[in-house]
Design a protein around this ligand. Structure first.
Ligand code: SF4
Length: 277
């Protein structure tokens, strides 16, 4: 992974394994890549836990290799290199642009959420690489955090429309449905949303930059998602947990992301040069 361009905060990320309260080894279907599957073919023990290219989850949704201490028995017995790609790489994601590979860590991981939202440095890369124009443009959009975040607000949807979009998505957990229902019932106003952002200004500034980076400058998508996270905080969810839940339910679902791109435009198309296009 030496030729990958990483945000500076990547060096502060490390999986917290047994201390993780929302392990990624529970609830998600684990797609095994072809190369790893070919390797596993000669291992009857591993193959007995695989069906149709996925690990067979237990009744409670846990990966068969996740032990009661929250650690991976496959790593313990065979080493990290034995893992299939998705287990070895999660929560890292990759963006391929202009012949380069940009890496990142996804907010669905609670430790990544902590590292990203608590970052107190301006977004930059490890090494001498230029930050994309849509992030520099956002950062020029005001001298303080609220001015930057609120500068995105002009084209925001009304709450009912935003709620309807998230209600119409596929979901992993009932708790997500309950959160949407709570937001619909409480009906936070724009004033409340802005108060929430002001009270958590560093986290929301970092959230917007993360969304712009991960979704390649799609500012309408970034804005609506950030405001929805503010709505979640307004109904009582702690900001890191709100961002983590949002990411787990929305960013990690292909169909949900397709829905957002249908509504707000394709990520990575036409956003390179200047923020605000
Ligand atoms: S969610 Fe993140 S911190 Fe938790 S087990 Fe997965 S990679 Fe590690």
């Amino acid at each position: 992974m030496s030729d990958i361009i990483w945000p500076d905060y990547y060096s502060r990320f490390q999986c917290i394994a047994g201390r993780c309260r929302h392990t990624c080894c529970l609830g998600w279907e684990i797609d095994i890549d072809k190369r790893s599957l070919a390797r596993f073919m000669s291992d009857n023990g591993v193959m007995s836990n695989i069906s149709n290219g996925h690990f067979i989850l237990k009744k409670d949704g846990r990966c068969p290799y996740l032990n009661s201490s929250g650690l991976c028995n496959m790593i313990i017995s065979k080493g990290e290199d034995y893992l299939c790609d998705i287990c070895r790489l999660h929560p890292r994601f990759f963006i391929y642009r202009d012949g380069r590979t940009y890496g990142g860590i996804g907010l669905a991981c609670e430790e990544a959420a902590r590292v990203i939202l608590d970052s107190d440095t301006v977004f930059s890369f490890i090494g001498d690489f230029t930050v994309p124009g849509y992030i520099l443009g956002y950062e020029r959009n005001g001298h303080d955090v609220p001015a930057r975040v609120f500068g995105l607000w002009d084209k925001a949807l009304r709450l009912e429309m935003r709620v309807a979009i998230f209600e119409g998505m596929e979901s992993l957990y009932n708790s997500w449905r309950e959160v949407i229902s709570d937001i619909s019932g409480a009906g936070p106003t724009e004033e409340t949303e802005k108060e929430v952002i002001l009270a958590n200004s560093r986290a929301f500034d970092n959230l917007v930059v993360y969304l712009l980076y991960r979704h390649e400058g799609n500012q309408r998508l970034a804005m609506e998602c950030a405001i929805f996270v503010a709505d979640m905080v307004a109904v009582g969810i702690e900001v890191h947990e709100a961002a983590r839940m949002f990411s787990e339910e929305v960013e990690y679902s292909d169909s949900n992301m397709e829905m957002l791109e249908d509504l707000f435009g394709k990520c990575g198309e036409g956003y390179d040069v200047e923020f605000g296009r």
